[in-house]
Design a protein around this ligand. Sequence first.
Ligand SMILES: NC(=O)c1ccc[n+]([C@@H]2O[C@H](COP(=O)([O-])OP(=O)(O)OC[C@H]3O[C@@H](n4cnc5c(N)ncnc54)[C@H](OP(=O)(O)O)[C@@H]3O)[C@@H](O)[C@H]2O)c1
Length: 240
Amino acid sequence: MDRIESIEDLRTCLSNSKAFRARQKRPFITVSYAQSVDGSIASKNRLPIQLSGPESAVLTHQIRAANDTILIGVGTLLADDPRLTVRLAEGRNPQPIVLDTHLRTPVSARLVTQSDLSPWIIKSQDNHSDQMKALKNAGATPLPCATSRDGKIDLHALMAILNEKQVNSIMVEGGAKVITSFVNAELIDQFIITVSPRLVGGLPVIDSNGLDLNSNLKLGHVSYQRLGNDLILWSRPDWN
Ligand SMILES: NC(=O)c1ccc[n+]([C@@H]2O[C@H](COP(=O)([O-])OP(=O)(O)OC[C@H]3O[C@@H](n4cnc5c(N)ncnc54)[C@H](OP(=O)(O)O)[C@@H]3O)[C@@H](O)[C@H]2O)c1
Protein backbone atom coordinates (compact mmCIF):
# COMPACT_ATOMS: atom_id res chain seq x y z
CA MET A 1 0.00 0.00 0.00
CA ASP A 2 1.53 3.32 -1.15
CA ARG A 3 -0.21 5.72 1.14
CA ILE A 4 -1.72 5.14 4.58
CA GLU A 5 -4.07 7.98 5.49
CA SER A 6 -6.64 6.52 7.87
CA ILE A 7 -6.99 3.92 10.59
CA GLU A 8 -8.74 1.64 8.05
CA ASP A 9 -5.68 1.89 5.76
CA LEU A 10 -3.39 1.10 8.68
CA ARG A 11 -5.47 -1.96 9.60
CA THR A 12 -5.37 -3.16 5.98
CA CYS A 13 -1.61 -2.65 5.85
CA LEU A 14 -1.08 -4.47 9.16
CA SER A 15 -3.25 -7.37 8.03
CA ASN A 16 -0.35 -8.05 5.63
CA SER A 17 2.38 -7.45 8.19
CA LYS A 18 3.22 -11.16 8.45
CA ALA A 19 4.24 -11.10 4.79
CA PHE A 20 6.11 -7.82 5.42
CA ARG A 21 8.06 -9.49 8.25
CA ALA A 22 8.84 -12.52 6.08
CA ARG A 23 10.36 -10.16 3.47
CA GLN A 24 12.09 -7.65 5.74
CA LYS A 25 12.97 -10.01 8.62
CA ARG A 26 11.54 -7.47 11.05
CA PRO A 27 8.14 -6.13 12.12
CA PHE A 28 6.34 -3.20 10.45
CA ILE A 29 7.15 -0.12 12.57
CA THR A 30 4.71 2.74 13.17
CA VAL A 31 5.93 5.74 15.16
CA SER A 32 3.03 7.62 16.69
CA TYR A 33 3.02 10.47 19.19
CA ALA A 34 1.31 13.76 20.04
CA GLN A 35 3.12 17.08 19.81
CA SER A 36 2.33 20.76 20.18
CA VAL A 37 2.69 23.06 17.16
CA ASP A 38 6.21 23.92 18.37
CA GLY A 39 7.19 20.23 18.43
CA SER A 40 7.04 19.57 22.19
CA ILE A 41 5.91 16.16 23.44
CA ALA A 42 6.07 16.94 27.19
CA SER A 43 6.80 19.85 29.49
CA LYS A 44 10.36 21.18 29.81
CA ASN A 45 11.02 19.04 32.89
CA ARG A 46 9.56 15.96 31.16
CA LEU A 47 6.24 16.09 32.98
CA PRO A 48 3.43 14.58 30.91
CA ILE A 49 0.88 16.94 29.37
CA GLN A 50 -2.40 15.99 27.73
CA LEU A 51 -1.81 17.07 24.14
CA SER A 52 -4.34 14.94 22.22
CA GLY A 53 -7.95 16.04 22.16
CA PRO A 54 -10.65 13.40 22.82
CA GLU A 55 -11.00 12.39 19.14
CA SER A 56 -7.27 11.91 18.55
CA ALA A 57 -6.93 10.08 21.88
CA VAL A 58 -9.39 7.51 20.45
CA LEU A 59 -7.23 7.24 17.31
CA THR A 60 -4.16 6.55 19.48
CA HIS A 61 -5.98 3.66 21.14
CA GLN A 62 -7.13 2.35 17.75
CA ILE A 63 -3.50 2.38 16.59
CA ARG A 64 -2.51 0.48 19.75
CA ALA A 65 -5.20 -2.13 19.11
CA ALA A 66 -4.08 -2.57 15.49
CA ASN A 67 -0.50 -3.43 16.49
CA ASP A 68 0.96 -6.61 18.00
CA THR A 69 3.26 -4.67 20.32
CA ILE A 70 3.77 -1.18 21.77
CA LEU A 71 7.27 0.11 22.59
CA ILE A 72 8.45 2.90 24.90
CA GLY A 73 11.71 3.91 26.57
CA VAL A 74 12.30 3.63 30.30
CA GLY A 75 12.32 7.47 30.40
CA THR A 76 8.61 7.46 29.51
CA LEU A 77 7.90 4.66 31.94
CA LEU A 78 9.55 6.60 34.78
CA ALA A 79 7.94 9.94 33.82
CA ASP A 80 4.37 8.81 33.04
CA ASP A 81 3.94 5.34 34.59
CA PRO A 82 1.70 4.44 31.61
CA ARG A 83 -0.47 1.34 31.23
CA LEU A 84 -0.39 1.32 27.40
CA THR A 85 -3.74 -0.46 27.25
CA VAL A 86 -6.63 -0.04 24.82
CA ARG A 87 -9.42 1.67 26.76
CA LEU A 88 -10.94 4.16 24.32
CA ALA A 89 -11.39 1.77 21.38
CA GLU A 90 -12.36 -1.82 20.68
CA GLY A 91 -9.66 -4.43 20.48
CA ARG A 92 -6.99 -6.17 22.46
CA ASN A 93 -4.05 -4.72 24.32
CA PRO A 94 -0.72 -4.85 22.46
CA GLN A 95 2.26 -6.59 24.06
CA PRO A 96 4.23 -3.87 25.95
CA ILE A 97 7.98 -3.55 25.30
CA VAL A 98 10.27 -1.23 27.32
CA LEU A 99 13.84 -0.31 26.32
CA ASP A 100 15.62 -0.39 29.67
CA THR A 101 19.36 -1.12 29.36
CA HIS A 102 20.09 -1.10 33.10
CA LEU A 103 16.76 -2.48 34.37
CA ARG A 104 15.54 0.72 36.03
CA THR A 105 11.88 -0.33 35.71
CA PRO A 106 10.42 -0.31 39.23
CA VAL A 107 8.58 -3.46 40.27
CA SER A 108 5.68 -1.17 41.24
CA ALA A 109 5.28 0.25 37.68
CA ARG A 110 1.67 0.03 36.50
CA LEU A 111 2.88 -1.67 33.32
CA VAL A 112 4.19 -4.49 35.52
CA THR A 113 1.44 -4.67 38.13
CA GLN A 114 -1.65 -3.78 36.10
CA SER A 115 -1.01 -5.36 32.71
CA ASP A 116 -2.79 -8.49 31.48
CA LEU A 117 0.39 -9.19 29.48
CA SER A 118 3.82 -9.61 31.02
CA PRO A 119 5.80 -6.62 29.67
CA TRP A 120 9.05 -7.43 27.85
CA ILE A 121 11.80 -5.37 29.47
CA ILE A 122 14.69 -5.18 26.99
CA LYS A 123 17.97 -5.01 28.89
CA SER A 124 21.68 -5.26 28.12
CA GLN A 125 23.52 -8.58 28.37
CA ASP A 126 25.10 -7.45 31.69
CA ASN A 127 24.34 -9.41 34.79
CA HIS A 128 21.37 -7.89 36.61
CA SER A 129 20.39 -11.00 38.52
CA ASP A 130 18.75 -9.29 41.53
CA GLN A 131 16.67 -6.84 39.47
CA MET A 132 15.81 -9.61 37.00
CA LYS A 133 14.55 -11.83 39.78
CA ALA A 134 12.52 -9.02 41.35
CA LEU A 135 10.97 -8.02 38.01
CA LYS A 136 10.18 -11.63 37.09
CA ASN A 137 8.51 -12.15 40.47
CA ALA A 138 6.48 -8.99 39.90
CA GLY A 139 5.26 -10.31 36.53
CA ALA A 140 7.61 -8.80 33.93
CA THR A 141 9.79 -10.62 31.38
CA PRO A 142 13.34 -9.24 31.14
CA LEU A 143 14.95 -10.05 27.77
CA PRO A 144 18.71 -9.56 27.20
CA CYS A 145 19.74 -7.83 23.96
CA ALA A 146 23.00 -6.56 22.45
CA THR A 147 23.82 -2.88 22.94
CA SER A 148 25.31 -0.49 20.41
CA ARG A 149 28.34 1.78 20.76
CA ASP A 150 26.33 4.39 22.67
CA GLY A 151 25.59 1.75 25.32
CA LYS A 152 21.86 1.67 24.52
CA ILE A 153 19.79 -1.22 23.19
CA ASP A 154 20.83 -2.01 19.62
CA LEU A 155 17.59 -1.60 17.69
CA HIS A 156 18.65 -3.85 14.80
CA ALA A 157 19.52 -6.63 17.28
CA LEU A 158 16.14 -6.07 18.94
CA MET A 159 14.38 -6.38 15.57
CA ALA A 160 16.06 -9.77 15.07
CA ILE A 161 14.75 -10.91 18.47
CA LEU A 162 11.23 -9.67 17.67
CA ASN A 163 11.36 -11.38 14.28
CA GLU A 164 12.19 -14.65 16.03
CA LYS A 165 9.26 -14.06 18.37
CA GLN A 166 7.04 -13.63 15.29
CA VAL A 167 6.09 -10.06 16.14
CA ASN A 168 4.60 -8.62 12.95
CA SER A 169 4.03 -5.01 14.02
CA ILE A 170 5.23 -2.43 16.54
CA MET A 171 3.81 0.92 17.57
CA VAL A 172 6.61 3.12 18.92
CA GLU A 173 5.03 5.66 21.26
CA GLY A 174 8.08 7.48 22.57
CA GLY A 175 9.62 9.34 24.16
CA ALA A 176 12.06 11.70 22.51
CA LYS A 177 15.23 9.63 22.85
CA VAL A 178 13.56 6.49 21.59
CA ILE A 179 11.95 8.21 18.58
CA THR A 180 15.33 9.79 17.75
CA SER A 181 17.01 6.36 17.89
CA PHE A 182 14.44 4.87 15.51
CA VAL A 183 15.06 7.79 13.11
CA ASN A 184 18.85 7.28 13.32
CA ALA A 185 18.45 3.54 12.72
CA GLU A 186 16.11 4.19 9.75
CA LEU A 187 13.65 1.79 11.36
CA ILE A 188 10.34 3.54 10.67
CA ASP A 189 7.74 2.54 8.08
CA GLN A 190 4.93 4.92 9.04
CA PHE A 191 4.51 8.11 11.05
CA ILE A 192 1.17 9.07 12.60
CA ILE A 193 1.68 12.39 14.35
CA THR A 194 -1.01 14.28 16.26
CA VAL A 195 -0.38 18.04 16.18
CA SER A 196 -2.23 19.85 18.94
CA PRO A 197 -2.94 23.59 18.50
CA ARG A 198 -0.87 24.88 21.39
CA LEU A 199 2.59 26.21 22.13
CA VAL A 200 4.37 24.46 25.00
CA GLY A 201 8.07 25.27 24.79
CA GLY A 202 8.80 21.88 26.32
CA LEU A 203 10.69 18.69 25.48
CA PRO A 204 11.38 18.59 21.71
CA VAL A 205 10.37 15.39 19.96
CA ILE A 206 13.80 15.05 18.41
CA ASP A 207 16.64 14.81 20.88
CA SER A 208 19.14 17.09 19.08
CA ASN A 209 22.07 15.64 21.08
CA GLY A 210 21.17 12.20 19.83
CA LEU A 211 20.33 12.92 16.19
CA ASP A 212 22.94 11.92 13.62
CA LEU A 213 24.35 15.08 12.07
CA ASN A 214 23.59 13.85 8.57
CA SER A 215 19.91 13.35 9.29
CA ASN A 216 17.51 15.55 7.40
CA LEU A 217 14.64 13.19 7.12
CA LYS A 218 11.97 14.13 4.62
CA LEU A 219 8.45 12.85 5.13
CA GLY A 220 6.81 11.49 1.98
CA HIS A 221 3.34 10.24 1.05
CA VAL A 222 1.88 12.91 3.33
CA SER A 223 -1.83 13.10 4.20
CA TYR A 224 -3.52 15.43 6.66
CA GLN A 225 -6.64 14.62 8.64
CA ARG A 226 -8.56 16.88 10.99
CA LEU A 227 -9.80 15.28 14.22
CA GLY A 228 -11.54 17.71 16.58
CA ASN A 229 -9.08 20.59 16.96
CA ASP A 230 -6.05 18.42 16.17
CA LEU A 231 -4.26 17.78 12.93
CA ILE A 232 -3.17 14.20 12.20
CA LEU A 233 -0.22 13.84 9.88
CA TRP A 234 0.05 10.46 8.15
CA SER A 235 3.32 9.99 6.36
CA ARG A 236 6.07 7.65 5.32
CA PRO A 237 9.74 8.51 5.82
CA ASP A 238 11.73 9.09 2.66
CA TRP A 239 15.13 7.66 3.61
CA ASN A 240 16.70 8.80 0.34
N1 LIG B 1 3.43 13.25 23.63
C1 LIG B 1 3.62 11.97 23.43
O1 LIG B 1 3.03 11.37 22.53
C2 LIG B 1 4.60 11.23 24.29
C3 LIG B 1 4.73 9.85 24.15
C4 LIG B 1 5.65 9.17 24.94
C5 LIG B 1 6.43 9.88 25.84
N2 LIG B 1 6.28 11.23 25.95
C6 LIG B 1 7.11 11.98 26.90
O2 LIG B 1 8.47 11.72 26.62
C7 LIG B 1 9.22 11.94 27.82
C8 LIG B 1 10.26 10.85 27.94
O3 LIG B 1 11.16 10.94 26.85
P1 LIG B 1 12.71 10.69 27.09
O4 LIG B 1 13.42 11.09 25.85
O5 LIG B 1 13.09 11.34 28.36
O6 LIG B 1 12.80 9.13 27.37
P2 LIG B 1 12.43 7.85 26.47
O7 LIG B 1 12.76 8.09 25.06
O8 LIG B 1 11.08 7.39 26.83
O9 LIG B 1 13.45 6.78 27.11
C9 LIG B 1 14.82 6.97 26.90
C10 LIG B 1 15.62 5.95 27.68
O10 LIG B 1 15.38 4.64 27.14
C11 LIG B 1 16.56 3.88 27.30
N3 LIG B 1 17.00 3.30 26.03
C12 LIG B 1 17.48 2.05 25.87
N4 LIG B 1 17.82 1.82 24.62
C13 LIG B 1 17.54 2.94 23.93
C14 LIG B 1 17.71 3.31 22.57
N5 LIG B 1 18.19 2.46 21.64
N6 LIG B 1 17.37 4.56 22.20
C15 LIG B 1 16.87 5.43 23.10
N7 LIG B 1 16.68 5.14 24.41
C16 LIG B 1 17.02 3.89 24.83
C17 LIG B 1 17.64 4.83 27.82
O11 LIG B 1 17.76 4.66 29.22
P3 LIG B 1 18.82 3.55 29.74
O12 LIG B 1 20.15 3.97 29.21
O13 LIG B 1 18.69 3.59 31.20
O14 LIG B 1 18.37 2.28 29.13
C18 LIG B 1 17.08 6.19 27.54
O15 LIG B 1 17.52 7.19 28.43
C19 LIG B 1 8.24 11.95 28.96
O16 LIG B 1 8.18 13.26 29.47
C20 LIG B 1 6.91 11.56 28.33
O17 LIG B 1 5.81 12.24 28.92
C21 LIG B 1 5.38 11.92 25.21
